[in-house]
Every structure is written in C-alpha cells, then in structure tokens.
Design a binder for this molecule. Structure first.
Ligand code: ADP
Length: 411
C-alpha cells in the first residue's frame, strides 16, 4: 500500500516543526508536508491529493475555516482536521458544520492527535476505494447495458424473422391444402357419374401434385430447423451417382407429368454420400428447373467425373437468374423479385436452395450456378469422388476419358 501523505498548515513555526516529528516517531510510514500559510497550502493541495490535511484555524490572511471551504470545493473527499484554541468550542462547532472531519484542541494531546489522524487517513482510503469501485461498477453497468441492448436488438430481429417465417409458411401451406379440399369435394361429385373417369384421373393427378409440393415444403422446413439446431445427420455410404440419378429420374418421369426423352449411361461415378439427401437436393433442382422454364422445354441432367470431383449438372432453358440476384439465391427465404413462374405452379418458400447447398456442403462439396437471363441456368452439384476413383481418374484420365451419363426430360 502507498505511504499515507499528510499536509500540515500552521503559522506557528514551533508547532510546524513539532507535529511532523511526533508523526514520524509514532507512525511508521508517513509522508508529511508542511507550510505556514493557507494560500501556499491551496497550491500544494491543487497539485497533490493528500490523505489528510491538518490546519490551524487562526492564521493571518486566509484562516483555517476559509481554507476548509476551499478544500471542500477542490478535494471534497479529503478529510480536514482543524486545530482550535483551548476551550474554543464555538470555532470547533463552526469547523464541524463547515465539513471538517474532526477538530484538535490546543494544547495538543499527542495520542488523540495521532488517533484522529489515523481515522482520517483510513476514511480517506476507504472513500478512495469506494470511488474506484463505483467507477468499476459504472463501467461494468455500461458494458452490461450495451450487451443487453445488443441482445435485445438481436432478439427483435430474430422475432421479426420468425414472424415473417410463420406468415410465409402458413400461407404456403394453406394454398395446397385449400386446393386439396376443393379437389376432393369435386372428385366426390364426379364419382357419382361413372362417365367422368377422365376428370377424376386429372383431379387425382393434381391432388398428387399438391401433396408432393406440400411434402417438399414440410421437408424443407424440417431440414432448415434440423440445420439451425445442428441436429442434421447424414448417413453416408458409398454410392454410384449414375445409378442414383437413373433411379430418381425414372421415378420422376413415371407418372403423368414430365417424360424421359433420352438416357445415356456412362461410367460409374462413386461418392460417399447420403443417397436420400442427395436425391432430395436433385429433386429440388429439378423442381426449380421445371418451375422456372416454359412447359415443353427440355431439362438435362448429366453426371461426370472431373479431377477429384463428381459433378451433377441440372440444366434448364428457362428464364435464368439476373446477375445481381445470383449471390443471394442460396440465402434463406430468398426469391428473385418479380420472377414469373410457369402457369399452375406457385413460388416456394425460398428455402429449397438454402437446404440444398447446406446438404452438399455437409458432404464436403458445393453447388455452383451459371445463368443467363432469358436463356437458362445450370446448377452444378460438386461432390468429392471416392478416393480410389479420384486416383484412377487423375492418373488415367489422359488414357481413358470417363464417359458422362446424360438424361433429358421434357415437362
Ligand atoms: P423456391 O422455393 O422459391 O424455389 P429456392 O431456394 O429453391 O426457393 O430458390 C430461390 C430462388 O432462386 C427462386 O425463388 C427463384 O427466384 C430462383 N431460382 C432457383 N432456381 C432457378 C432456376 N432454375 N431458374 C431461375 N430461377 C431460379
């Protein structure tokens, strides 16, 4: 701890000499400064923050009471002890009323002088510590306040996103459900007339379509929530992407909707993947390709190896995506503004590509996109090849170029 410092002011030279001596004798560590006039004392007090000030009350020029008043303004926390004449109770009371810490009567009793001074020094130190703690508390309170402000604004933002999310989701789910209800009522009526089998068939097809759409929405929502909560699990196994695409596209074109116009099977392309999840990604890209290209236009899917990568391209001849929208299409809820969608198909939630790119990233790959407005888009899913195929591909690529597989569907 610092050595306490005391300033003694007295116009009586003998006292000004005796008091410091007493202090040095009785208190082990103490620093004592002296001066014989209040004016000079004020200069010293301005320069230094003493632990205590001892001053005679009666002095020529500025007296002790006035000095006390000035010290209270300059250093309100510094205790001031005033020395009064014997029996000068009036002055002592005025001193205390003026804010003096204590008064010492002449002739000075050394023990009580030392005791009073020690109390004063102790008080000053405690006050200083309290001030420091106040400052530290104020700083802490300020940083807490900032933290609360930041968290509140994060919560407000999160809440706004959630509100938007709920609004979009309920709207998106309501539309296919209303369709389905209308369609079932219509079909029930049609069934009463056996000659209407064709209408019933078409109705069932549309119902299936609405149900599929709803299933995709629900799947996207589920995947998003699993990803947000870090609970998304992949079941990866070695799989051949050519087979995966062939099975998926055959199933995709089995119904009354899009048809398979051509199929070329090339070399196997093997990856470590969760085939259900990769199928989900490709279904999403296919469904976008259909949504954003005119009826009757071809959609091509190709699978090939390139270096260490397996690449699946989904190419459409649709409306394309403007350059300024490209950096955003993998964001949650993003839909290119003003996009015109093929008749009878509604816009999605803007979650499909977000989920797709997350799934591919979790496989150690990525999705690339090239698009020309008015001409069409190519979405390329790039996945790491299985190690042995990658090695074979890089070392033997010059001699045996891997043959790509390709499918064309028309919708
Ligand atoms: P959505 O469910 O709206 O299709 P996605 O996340 O799958 O959401 O796609 C985001 C947006 O990117 C779409 O709303 C659309 O504006 C644009 N988009 C995606 N795929 C294509 C595509 N093949 N052609 C043109 N625009 C596309």
């Amino acid at each position: 701890m610092d050595v306490p410092s005391v300033l003694i002011i007295d116009d009586d030279p003998s006292l000004l000499q005796a008091l410091p001596q007493t202090l040095y004798l009785r208190m082990r560590d103490i620093e004592v400064a002296t001066c014989d006039a209040a004016q000079t004392a004020l200069v010293l007090i301005q320069e230094r923050d003493y632990d205590a000030i001892v001053s005679d009350i009666k002095m020529p020029g500025m007296d002790g009471l006035e000095l006390l008043e000035r010290v209270r303004e300059l250093r309100p926390d510094t205790p001031v002890l005033l020395i009064t004449g014997h029996g000068d109770y009036d002055l002592a009371i005025r001193a205390l009323r003026g804010g003096a810490y204590d008064y010492i009567q002449k002739p000075i009793d050394r023990d009580s002088f030392i005791a009073a001074l020690q109390r004063a020094i102790q008080t000053r130190r405690l006050r200083r510590r309290v001030t420091e703690q106040h400052v530290a508390l104020a700083l802490h309170a300020k940083s807490l306040e900032q933290l609360v402000e930041r968290r509140t604004s994060e919560l407000v933002q999160a809440n706004a996103i959630k509100d938007k999310f709920l609004k979009v989701v309920s709207h998106e789910l309501q539309v296919p459900l209303t369709n389905l209800i209308g369609m079932t009522q219509l079909l029930r009526q049609q069934l009463e007339h056996p000659e209407n089998t064709g209408t019933v068939k078409q109705g069932l097809y549309e119902m299936e379509h609405s149900l599929q759409r709803t299933a995709v929405l629900v799947q996207d929502l589920l995947d998003t929530s699993l990803m947000e909560t870090n609970m998304f699990v992949l079941n990866r196994e070695r799989c051949n992407l050519v087979e995966l695409c062939r099975n998926m596209l055959r199933e995709y074109t089995a119904g009354a909707g899009p048809t398979l116009a051509s199929e070329t099977l090339g070399d196997p392309v093997e990856v470590e993947a969760d085939s259900d999840r990769i199928t989900e990604v490709l279904m999403n890209l296919l469904s976008n390709a259909r949504k954003f290209s005119p009826k009757g236009s071809p959609i091509t899917v190709t699978v090939r190896r390139s270096g260490y990568d397996a690449i699946i391209d989904v190419r459409d001849e649709g409306i394309g995506i403007p350059d300024e929208a490209l950096p955003h299409i993998f964001e949650q809820f993003y839909r290119v503004p003003g996009t015109h969608i093929q008749d009878g198909v509604r816009a999605g939630l803007g979650l499909g590509l977000y989920v797709a790119h997350k799934i591919v990233e979790r496989h150690g790959g990525h999705i690339e996109v090239q698009s020309v407005p008015g001409e069409g888009s190519v979405f390329s899913v790039v996945l790491p090849l299985c190690i042995d195929q990658a090695a074979e591909n890089t070392s033997g690529s010059e001699r045996v170029p891997s043959e790509q597989s390709a499918w064309t569907i028309v919708h």
